[in-house]
Design a protein around this ligand. Structure first.
Ligand code: ARG
Ligand code: GLU
Length: 614
């Protein structure tokens, strides 16, 4: 079957490239597709370049500098935990949004930090020569306040050192109401067409010398080496775009047996377990505004992966990824006969056959046992437990209900020999039980098999690069800075349907329904809408993105900000394992909707005045 959308294949590009290695095939391809910049404009260790405007935001998102005064843009769902922690039933910023009308009103967020990548360096030779990592890092950061880490690429065939400058005083500046920032909620999540205003703003503060410092009222707004200008004219179908951010994890080289596990066992069971948790959470949230706020962030993250796993399974089944991988492995083996690579895919398969059972147990422990909030809490060593934080967002009755059903699930899917002695659906989370599960989870056999996998993948990937010498392989995402590029493009999700790549405020009004929580448009937006129906809200493009790319800037041919990445489309959620150019699209907020919400809706013209709009 040839999908109609396949005509866009030519402009769709799989890959997440290393900024320091663009100068070659990749930049040539980008320029051919429309980029006006040079490799050094994107990344240059000797002078300010685009990478200096981009940060890793908190644990798992991306953000970017959009003013000379340290103003930072990221997603609403990335700042969600912070917005929630400043919220209470009396002061409900989740529901009503938040605007700091001056610098004094900006809210500090203990524990939140942002990291700028100042340099990345290939240290493969040092690592292979046996130089200890600590000393490579110490040498590189001596006399600076920078922090570095070393990461394997291509399963350890290469190693890179990443040098970061980390700022710890990051304050909340702007959050739209959830009815805008999370419009469509989990109903629309991972879907197109989309109308979510998924953005929030923070400000990075530094000491008087512009250096990172812990929160202090004497700190001043940080003046970044580089900030992004805004492309006020926006985008249209066919325009070149690139995404610059921190994708978390892709698994393009995954063996057929591992994909089979994921599709047939891992995902279905993990989904079923989260069904249980979500049913109880949604019910409790509907009954109590207090529980709704307490569980807002937890609920969103449980629901997010739950839904993605479903789309991923469907996508991998539709693509026949298991069978395709089996064919590819067979072809590889045919080529590898007599070489050092011979038999590596067979060995991988054998390891998985042993590992998959252990993996299943582990998945069940971490999803079902540790899905009990109390058991998870008791699993942290007593000295590291933050009881104030835990109980602030905890509802005992809800957790007890969930725990009971999750424990029953464990009893159903695992034999007694794989569970703590005497464990039953009636067991209560205790410290002893937590210790028992911790013992079960540190399975030496599982560790040994995973180590074996790593060394086999290292050989397999090295072999694949020889097997297909003309193909440029990107290293799998590992939460380090990457560039992806593509075009604004629609797609065909189903026979007879073509999705155009842009949405507008008109669609928000079409979805408006005060009866449905996810589609209840704020009255103020209803009032503003008639005069602003054509304001663009979101667009899709062919950029290859992953979890962690949330909050990543989407840039035009001149490196100006046109959008804010926040999601992928339903038919493309399997792209961490297999990228299908005909349907894989990243979803971005249109920067014009951000300006509209900040200025016209939020009345925060002072923030817009800080930006440079061209
Ligand atoms: N799917 C997006 C991502 O993976 C958005 C998640 C937040 N939104 C939500 N409705 N839970 O982060
Ligand atoms: N929403 C995801 C995140 O938080 C990014 C979208 C994706 O996974 O593609 O990182």
């Amino acid at each position: 079957m040839i999908a109609f959308g396949a005509i866009y294949t030519a402009s769709a590009d799989e890959g997440m490239w290393l900024p320091s290695l663009l100068d070659g095939q990749t930049i040539a391809k980008m320029r051919k597709e429309g980029l006006k910049l040079k490799a050094k404009d994107l990344y240059d260790i000797n002078k300010a370049s685009l990478n200096d405007a981009i940060v890793r935001f908190g644990g798992g998102c991306t953000g970017e500098m959009i003013s000379p005064e340290g103003l930072l843009l990221t997603n609403h769902h990335c700042g969600y935990g912070q917005i929630q922690s400043h919220s209470s039933v009396q002061n409900d910023y989740l529901t009503y949004g938040f605007v700091a009308m001056n610098r004094e009103q900006e809210l500090p967020n203990p524990g939140l930090s942002v990291s700028f990548l100042r340099e990345m360096r290939d240290v493969t030779a040092d690592i292979e020569a046996g130089v200890p990592r600590d000393s490579i890092i110490a040498r590189a950061t001596a006399g600076t306040h920078y922090k570095a880490s070393i990461q394997p690429l291509y399963y350890g065939n290469e190693h890179y050192m990443y040098i970061y400058e980390i700022f710890e005083d990051v304050r909340l500046v702007f959050a739209p109401p959830s009815a805008i920032g999370k419009f469509g909620g989990d109903t629309d999540n991972w879907m197109w067409p989309r109308h979510t205003g998924d953005f929030s703003m923070f400000r990075v503060y530094a000491d008087k010398d512009g250096k990172p410092a812990k929160y202090s009222k004497d700190n001043v707004p940080y003046k970044p080496k580089r900030f992004l200008e805004i492309a006020g004219k926006g985008v249209k179908e066919g325009d070149f775009t690139f995404v610059y951010g921190f994708p978390g994890r892709t698994q393009q080289f995954l063996h057929s047996e591992a994909v089979r596990y994921l599709v047939e066992r891992g995902n279905p069971n993990k989904i079923a377990i989260r069904d249980i948790r979500l049913d109880y959470m949604n019910k409790a949230a509907a009954e109590s505004p207090e529980v709704r706020i307490k569980y807002a962030a937890k609920n969103a993250s449980v629901a997010n992966a739950w839904k993605k796993w479903q789309g991923e399974m469907l996508g991998l089944q539709r693509l026949g990824t298991v069978e395709r991988k089996e064919r590819e492995e067979a072809a590889f083996e045919k080529w590898a006969v007599g070489s050092e690579f011979a038999g590596v895919t067979t060995k991988l398969g054998d390891v998985y056959k042993e590992l998959n059972e252990l993996q299943f147990e582990r998945d069940m422990y971490s999803e079902a046992a540790l899905g009990s909030e109390m058991l998870r809490y008791l699993s942290t060593p007593a000295a590291r437990r933050d009881s104030a934080r835990f109980y602030k967002d905890y509802d005992a009755k809800l957790d007890e209900q969930i725990t009971k059903d999750l424990f029953a699930y464990l009893v159903k899917v695992l034999p007694a020999s794989k569970l703590p002695k005497g464990f039953s659906a009636q067991s209560k989370p205790t410290e002893e039980l937590a210790t028992e599960f911790a013992k079960l989870m540190t399975n030496d056999k599982l560790l040994a098999l995973n180590k074996e996998l790593d060394s086999l993948y290292k050989i397999y990937v090295r072999g694949l690069r020889k097997f297909k010498p003309t193909k440029e392989f990107y290293p799998d995402a590992n939460s380090t800075l990457r560039v992806a590029f593509g075009k604004v493009a629609g797609y065909t999700p189903n026979d007879g349907v073509y999705f155009v790549p842009q949405t507008t405020i008109r669609g928000i009004i079409e979805k408006d329904n005060p009866e449905i929580y996810d589609y209840d448009v704020p009255q103020k937006l209803r009032d503003l809408a008639p005069a602003n129906m054509d304001v663009p809200v979101a667009f899709i493009a062919t950029n290859h993105t992953s979890g962690g790319n949330s909050g990543s800037p989407v840039l035009d041919a001149n490196g100006r900000l046109i959008g804010l990445n926040f999601d992928r489309v339903w038919q493309g959620t399997m792209s961490d394992v297999e990228f299908d150019p005909s349907v894989c699209r990243n979803i971005s907020m249109d920067v014009r909707y951000i300006l509209f919400i900040v200025g016209q809706y939020g009345g925060a013209q002072h923030l817009i005045d800080e930006m440079v709009i061209r």
